[in-house]
Write a protein that binds this ligand. Structure first.
Ligand code: PGA
Length: 253
């Protein structure tokens, strides 16, 4: 059985005070559910990882980074290494979020290096994939997601790939209020699981957790999670409100 996994991506939001308060409210709100029935993680901005990490240290809510760099150390101005993330208590690292692909210009090759570096550094990567609206309109969803999966996971052995969570986030649904219908999401999740079976094997395909992301809200989380191949949610906007995020976690339990 795949345990549901709900992660909150805070993006470039909160400050040192509100971030700590947010995680405290989340911990209080989900009580025994976090870590037992549902794996829960929050991904604050880099500069608040330590403070938020301290606030969640005695809970079972995990800490995640929104990005990672693939080199271990050295002259890479502005970048953050896997060891640094580990040092401040991160368990997870997002790799290839669509805002990094499409706003910052990250390529599949760079994202693949990040996935490898995260695993090497003892972190659990969440590889984000998903098509643009134009690509969906041109019926290219399968092609795009297949490419992102194959290039993103290139070179990973079966042992290593078991550390990876996949997040399917159709770009047209992120922050737009346009959620994929549960059926649209399920279709792509089934494709991703099938790709894992082709690239690895049936066991790995049946164990990999696939999150959906894109305008997940308290009132649509339950229906989305009801889909066979949906194992979790990557939540942006609604993870900034403790009540909404806790409702989403409870709906997934
Ligand atoms: P959203 O963001 O929930 O605000 O659409 C999701 C994400 O980008 O991970």
């Amino acid at each position: 059985m795949r345990k549901p996994f709900i992660a909150g991506n805070w993006k470039m939001n909160t400050d040192s005070h509100s971030g700590v308060k947010l995680v405290q409210d989340i911990i209080a709100g989900c009580g025994e559910i976090a870590g037992n029935k549902v794996d829960v993680a929050v991904c604050p901005p880099f500069v608040y990882l330590q403070q938020v990490g301290k606030a969640l240290s005695s809970s079972r809510v995990a800490l995640g980074a929104q990005d990672i760099y693939f080199e271990q150390k050295g002259a890479f101005t502005g970048e953050i290494s896997p060891a640094m993330l580990k040092d401040v208590g991160c368990t997870y690292a997002l790799c290839g979020h669509s805002e990094r692909r499409h706003v910052i210009g990250e390529t599949d090759e760079l994202i693949n290096k990040k996935v490898h570096a995260a695993i090497l550094g003892g972190l659990l990567p969440i590889l984000c994939v998903g098509e643009l609206l134009e690509e969906r309109k041109q019926n290219k969803t399968t092609e795009v997601v297949t490419r992102q999966m194959k290039k993103g996971l290139a070179g990973l052995t079966p042992e290593k790939v078991s550390a990876v969570t996949i997040a399917y986030e159709p770009v047209w649904a992120i922050g737009t209020g346009l959620t994929a219908t549960p059926q649209q999401a399920q279709e792509v999740h089934a494709l991703i699981r099938e790709l894992m079976a082709q690239m690895y094997n049936k066991k790995i395909a049946s164990e990999v957790r696939i999150q959906y992301g894109g305008s997940v809200k308290a009132d649509n989380a339950g229906e989305l999670m009801g889909q066979e191949d949906l194992d979790g949610l990557l939540v942006g906007g609604a993870s900034l409100k403790a009540d909404d995020f806790v409702t989403i976690i409870k709906a997934s339990a």
